[in-house]
Write a protein that binds this ligand. Structure first.
Ligand SMILES: Nc1ncnc2c1ncn2[C@@H]1O[C@H](COP(=O)(O)OP(=O)(O)OP(=O)(O)O)[C@@H](O)[C@H]1O
Ligand SMILES: [Mg+2]
Length: 391
């Protein structure tokens, strides 16, 4: 019905800035697709090309059966919600909601019906006579959303619509959005630079970097099988631990440790080759609470974060921190400031909250080699996926 297809779409701005580079992406009718990536990676530009607000330099965009690449914005039947939405301050909520329809000469009775429907859906019935100034931030955000909804478009395009809200409100609006989409089933393309928001909202998530599409998949699949180092580092919180390791005799050697690999998950490299090993925090456990038979390492606890449901043990590895351009881009977006910046690798282990770990003391950790990821040092490519693809 309203499937959206980007086919080899690029955008080059004057001054030779390639903001979007040969992106192909299919968004199914009714799907909630999230575009995520660091600042400047081209998300807004991609969305604006879809909306018709930016000229496409190369490629084609179709909505349903229609090629819309060169259509005017108003002929595309899309509604956009921006981060910096502005409500009309001198109009009450009802008139704010109705304004776009009035401009399009929609019949009065139809306007009344749609405004009532949307106000009902968004819980704004009690506020229809109020002006924006008399609303909370979340209520204003709902009115902005409502203005897009009354148009009953083929698709919603949302560009960081929640980023002006405080953290708590953002979480509740996120839940409302998900619920609304369940009910309306309208195709939605949602842009955010926040990977947690992307993971919680998207049925599928498209990860971009430097104008290029990196990977498009369901959140779980992105987390489990990132195609490269960038996606691995960008998705997941706390982020994946990374260290350079030598693969030899069926073991991974790093930071003075030598960990036997899972026979079913070994990279196809020569003996003695060096790769980047990635370990999610949950692939570690305090040895006192781990199942038996797993390899163990002894570490010194640098920082403890006790969250009640689990505990994070941060420890230093006797190995240099992995320096890669893609990692800087992935991690810059996040609030995880380095606590100890000594140039050595810092690892984060998520362990049982009953742990007796203490800062400055030794701790034995069990490791799940079945959870290891391996990346090419030069290209950042996920070596297990690359092998599976050519097998
Ligand atoms: N009108 C323009 N002229 C020249 N360069 C532009 C223009 N608009 C965007 N760019 C550049 O294109 C690149 C992509 O910008 P875009 O706004 O799409 O990024 P974004 O992923 O939305 O980032 P953010 O998360 O910060 O909103 C950036 O390098 C930006 O500087
Ligand atoms: Mg943007």
């Amino acid at each position: 019905m309203s499937r959206i297809v980007f086919d080899g779409v690029s955008k080059v701005f004057p001054g030779d800035v390639t903001a979007v580079d040969d992106v192909s992406l299919m968004i199914e009718s009714g799907e909630f697709m999230v575009l995520v990536g660091p600042s400047g990676c081209g998300k807004t530009t991609l969305l604006r090309m879809l909306a018709g607000l930016e000229i496409v330099s190369e490629g084609r965009i179709t909505i349903g059966e229609r090629d819309v690449t060169h259509l005017a914005p108003r002929d595309r039947d899309l509604a956009m919600v921006f981060q910096n939405y502005a409500l009309y301050p001198h109009m009450n909520v009802r008139d704010n909601l109705a304004y776009g329809l009035k401009m399009r000469h929609t019949p009065k009775a139809e306007i009344r019906r749609r405004v009532a429907d949307v106000a009902g859906l968004l819980g704004l019935e009690e506020m229809l006579d109020r002006r924006p100034r008399a609303l909370s931030g979340g209520q204003r955000q709902r009115v902005a959303m409502g203005r897009a909804m009354v148009r009953e478009p083929a698709a919603y395009l949302m560009d960081e619509p929640l980023s002006n809200l405080d953290a708590k409100l953002r979480v509740s609006m996120r839940a409302e959005l998900a619920r609304l989409h369940e009910r309306l089933g309208t195709t939605t393309v949602y842009v955010t630079h926040d990977q947690i928001e992307a993971m919680t909202l998207g049925r599928r998530v498209a990860v971009m970097r430097d104008g290029r599409m990196q990977q498009v998949d369901e959140p779980q699949a992105l987390y489990r099988d990132p195609v490269n180092l960038f996606v691995a580092a960008f998705i997941g919180s706390p982020s994946m631990n990374l260290v350079e390791a030598t693969i030899s005799d069926g073991t991974a050697q790093f930071g003075g440790f030598r960990i036997p690999l899972d026979p079913a998950r070994r990279p196809a490299v020569r003996d003695g080759d060096s790769v980047i090993v990635g370990v999610r925090p949950e692939s570690f456990e305090d040895a006192a609470f781990a199942e038996g038979g797993l390899p163990e390492i002894e570490v010194t606890v640098a920082v403890m974060e006790e969250l009640g449901s689990d505990a994070h043990v941060i420890f230093e590895l006797d190995a240099p921190r992995v320096e890669a351009e893609e990692l800087r881009a992935a991690v810059e977006e996040r609030d995880e400031a380095l606590l100890v910046d000594s140039g050595t690798a810092l690892f984060n282990a998520r362990v049982d909250p009953r742990t007796q770990a203490k800062v400055g003391r030794q701790l034995r950790l069990a490791v799940q080699p079945a959870g290891f990821h391996f990346f090419d040092r030069a290209t950042g490519e996920n070596l297990l996926l690359a092998a599976a693809a050519t097998a």
